[in-house]
Design a protein around this ligand. Structure first.
Ligand code: URA
Length: 212
């Protein structure tokens, strides 16, 4: 399933002027085992155009394997499709300071700029469950009041936010949302890995899959 070119162009136009670069399409089948909603692509993704193909992606693929799935089985997307960056300085080995771009979390305005793209995918990708990876993806779907630390590993059945003109409104349709941590969370806090593994067991049971 790929969003129409005209919609992708609308996303590119909407986000121009913000400190972001590149554009990565969501990817996967129209009838996936699950749909995954991340935050935004990073440097690797905008170079090769494949969502979750960098460091976080390697972790994500291990998580998928734990629930008996591969990249080909799932639809992968994110709240924002361009890489949000900030300029920073890095000291080289020889002591020279070079300016470089660092990843950062997308802002509410950037998320809004790409909201019609995710709305289209939610409507057109027929997934039994949408896995929200981290707070950005989670809040884009179920509202700003939710915290991944509080609701991870528990299925939420209910409406999701959809952009209507320039305001988010709740969908009439109800969806199954499964929140868990973004794979990058584990780079900063190794204890999160255990929590993710527990969440994945719940997800696996829900999907009724057995990897043995
Ligand atoms: N994080 C995301 O949310 N998406 C990617 O593609 C990579 C990292």
């Amino acid at each position: 399933m790929q969003i129409p070119e005209s919609l992708a162009q609308k996303g590119i136009d909407n986000i121009s002027g913000f400190p972001v670069e590149g554009f990565v399409y969501g990817s996967g089948p129209e009838y996936p085992a699950i749909m995954l909603v991340g935050e935004a692509p990073g440097e690797t993704e905008i170079h090769n155009g494949i969502p979750f193909s960098g460091r976080s992606g390697k972790e994500l693929m291990k998580f998928l394997e734990m629930v008996g799935l591969t990249r080909e089985d799932v639809y992968i997307t994110s709240a924002v499709r361009s890489r949000p960056y900030r300029w920073g300085e890095k000291k080289e080995r020889d002591g020279t300071i070079v300016k470089r771009k660092y990843n950062r979390a997308p802002t509410a305005k950037e998320i809004l700029a790409h909201a019609p793209l995710l709305d289209y995918e939610i409507e057109n990708v027929k997934a039994p469950v949408i896995v929200a990876l981290g707070n950005i993806g989670l809040r884009r779907l179920v509202g700003p009041g939710q915290k991944i630390t509080e609701c991870h590993g528990k299925l939420i059945k209910g409406p999701v936010l959809r952009l209507d003109k320039d305001k988010y409104k709740w969908t009439e349709k109800h969806y199954m949302i499964f929140p868990t941590f973004h794979p990058a969370a584990f780079f900063y806090n190794r204890k999160v890995l255990e929590l993710i593994h527990d969440d994945l067991l719940v997800l696996k049971e829900f999907l009724g899959r057995d990897t043995e």
